[in-house]
Design a protein around this ligand. Structure first.
Ligand SMILES: C[S@@+](CC[C@H](N)C(=O)[O-])C[C@H]1O[C@@H](n2cnc3c(N)ncnc32)[C@H](O)[C@@H]1O
Length: 280
């Protein structure tokens, strides 16, 4: 499995996405012609954000945002790394006319699909493309995330969402994004973010399960792949919480460990670790 993954990572992101489109083209064409495709779900070949049931995973995240993150229909929401609308689509049924959604991502095709399918029907949903470098998703620029100023005013949002985004960002970029999120959240606003948290529990479970993950150790974070640095990134939990999150003026309120290192699944059945922290 790891060998296959390593081979996959040798292709540049654009080529990986093209291969996926070609692979799924017959099925996508069939489903489109037979009228079997929900227009609010992207064709399989376009879903570049990972495997799994797109609709169900989006609905699960939406429920977690409501039940754990305190999302309400009138909230103004920021979805950082919105991908191809997995979270936005189910939010269209939840956010009311007083609520609104802003998403941005570094992959142009995903943002284009979101604007065409979601933005055009829901005027309170807006998507932007930002051209930033990421080893896994975008090599067409040298612009670094650590210099990117979010294009929003201060204290604008009630909730910031980052599902499976910090797991693809290196430490200095994540640190800068946390500062930006702190700036754009209202006082008392909440950030709902997923991570791979490295701690004694995860180390023990990784050892028991024999999973070979995060073999490259850097100060306070760990890489899955030494060259494709952003393929998967784990953070030292203590450092992340104390020096990166709470040091910015957030209070960590909830941590729900996922099953990524092995071990039994918890009630939420989350793969990545969910962290919920509030701007104090
Ligand atoms: C695994 S996907 C998750 C997408 C989406 N959050 C979801 O849950 O469906 C990771 C996303 O993060 C985006 N991404 C990576 N680095 C980013 C950055 N610096 N700023 C914004 N988005 C980024 C990628 O383009 C990709 O869409």
């Amino acid at each position: 499995m790891n060998r296959l993954r390593n081979l996959y990572y040798t292709f540049p992101p654009v080529l990986r996405r093209l291969m996926r489109r070609i692979w799924y083209f017959p099925l996508d064409l069939y489903e489109t012609l037979a009228g079997k495709r929900d227009p609010m779900i992207p064709p399989r070949g376009m879903i570049f954000i990972g495997s799994g049931d797109f609709r169900k995973m989006g609905l699960d995240i939406r429920d977690q945002l409501i039940e754990l993150g305190g999302l309400q229909p009138h909230h103004r929401v920021l979805d950082v790394g919105c991908g191809i609308g997995r979270v936005a689509v189910p939010l269209t049924d939840y956010l009311g006319s007083k609520g609104s959604y802003e998403g941005f991502d570094i992959v142009r095709s995903g943002v284009r699909w979101c604007n065409r399918r979601i933005g055009s029907r829901y005027p309170n949903f807006r998507f932007r493309h930002v051209d930033l470098k990421n080893d896994l998703y975008n090599l067409s620029t040298g612009n670094r995330a650590k210099h990117f100023i979010f294009p929003y005013a201060g204290e604008e949002f009630d909730l910031a969402i980052l599902t499976s985004v910090f797991t693809h960002m290196v430490l200095e970029d994540t640190d800068h994004y946390l500062a930006q999120i702190h700036r754009v959240l209202k006082p008392g606003g909440v950030c709902f973010a997923t991570f791979f948290l490295m701690n004694d529990r995860a180390r023990d479970l990784l050892e028991q399960s024999g999973k070979k993950m995060f073999g490259t150790s850097l100060p306070h974070h760990y890489l899955f792949h030494p060259r494709v640095r952003e393929a998967n990134v784990a953070y030292d939990e203590k450092y992340l919480t104390g020096e990166m999150i709470e040091a910015k003026g957030f209070q960590m309120e909830q941590v729900h460990y996922g099953f990524w290192p092995g071990g039994p699944r918890q009630a939420l059945n989350n793969f990545q670790d969910i962290c919920i922290f509030r701007k104090t």
